[in-house]
Design a protein around this ligand. Structure first.
Ligand code: C2E
Ligand code: MG
Ligand code: MG
Ligand code: MG
Length: 278
């Protein structure tokens, strides 16, 4: 049918079909330019150790400082970076910048927390992740123990065998690996035991119901017990109230992260945010 109207057929359906694609195309070239113009910035959210009260970690969170739209949140552009493959370059920039920033903190304060960097599925399955991480550590001279990488359950189970070898190579470098948003995916407990992992980050959907919701209470308690049996550290995400923090402390959680302590802040604000103790 479309053949019958030959060369004009595209006119019939192209506008509707292409509106979204055109928007994506425009956004893609904007993201290209953003990389050249250095419009990406990292904010850092402190993670407090409940045993010592110290800020022993920070999570690097990507923002796009858009000339007109202001600070754009990662959920609004990371999916497109993934889709277009631009995430390889941006992800590597994030890794390098986060390491450099920690060294800058060390120069200023004499010490720096461990920095946790989120990886995208594409980066994790690229096959040369450990080499790239090794190169960044070598170039920046950040000690490997000060770098943590966050992956999700889904990334792990996509290809268990290659996950195992990637994780093994990262462990050999001395880098720690955290499972982000834990409890929201389908990772079997057997995997956790058999893979070289170090940290479970309990998703904030389970934290938000504390202390009142008995199901959330049970889930967080069970995850914490399990993690400790498997020699994993537990971080609770999305801690927004004092009551949540005290509940997590009582449940034996190792670390907390969330707005109650601090929102993600630019590096130069981290000094004052990190002065906080819990
Ligand atoms: P995530 O890794 O689970 O990061 C936690 C998100 O929760 C962050 O959102 C953080 O700002 C937010 N958050 C922290 N504390 C609280 C709280 O107390 N309450 C609430 N409601 N939210 C809290 P953000 O910065 O918008 O990042 C969203 C997601 O984007 C991240 O989730 C991560 O999956 C992804 N992302 C961020 N930076 C990067 C990056 O450099 N590379 C990749 N691949 N993904 C990234
Ligand atoms: Mg994360
Ligand atoms: Mg998370
Ligand atoms: Mg999350």
């Amino acid at each position: 049918q479309s053949k019958a109207i030959g060369g004009h057929s595209f006119r019939f359906y192209a506008p509707a079909m292409n509106e979204r694609q055109q928007r994506l195309l425009a956004l893609e070239s904007e993201l290209h330019r953003a990389l050249e113009r250095r419009e990406f910035v990292l904010h850092y959210q402190p993670q407090a150790n409940l045993a010592t009260g110290e800020i022993s970690g920070v999570e690097a969170l990507l923002r796009w400082n858009h000339s007109k739209r202001g600070l754009v949140a990662p959920n609004d552009f990371i999916p497109l970076l993934e889709e277009t493959g631009l995430i390889d370059e941006v992800g590597l920039w994030v890794l390098r910048q986060a390491c450099q920033d920690m060294l800058q903190l060390k120069a200023e304060y004499g010490h720096a927390p461990r920095v946790s960097v989120n990886l995208s599925a594409r980066q994790f399955s690229s096959g040369c992740l450990a080499e790239k991480v090794a190169a960044v550590l070598r170039d920046t001279r950040l000690p490997a123990e000060q770098l943590e990488l966050e992956i999700t359950e889904q990334m792990l189970i996509n290809d268990l065998e290659s996950s195992r070898s990637t994780l093994g190579a990262l462990r050999d470098l001395g880098v720690t690996v955290a499972i982000d948003d834990f409890g929201t995916g389908y990772c079997s407990l057997a995997y956790l035991k058999r893979l070289p992992l170090h940290v479970l980050k309990i998703d904030r959907t389970f934290v938000s119901g504390l202390p009142g919701d008995l199901n959330d209470l049970a889930i967080v308690e069970a995850i914490t017990l399990l993690a400790h049996k498997l020699d994993l550290q537990v971080i609770a995400e999305g801690v927004e109230t004092a009551a949540q923090l005290e509940t997590l402390r009582a449940l034996g959680c190792d670390m907390v992260q969330g707005y109650y302590l601090s929102k993600p802040v630019p590096l130069d604000k981290l000094g004052s945010a990190a002065a906080l103790t819990v």
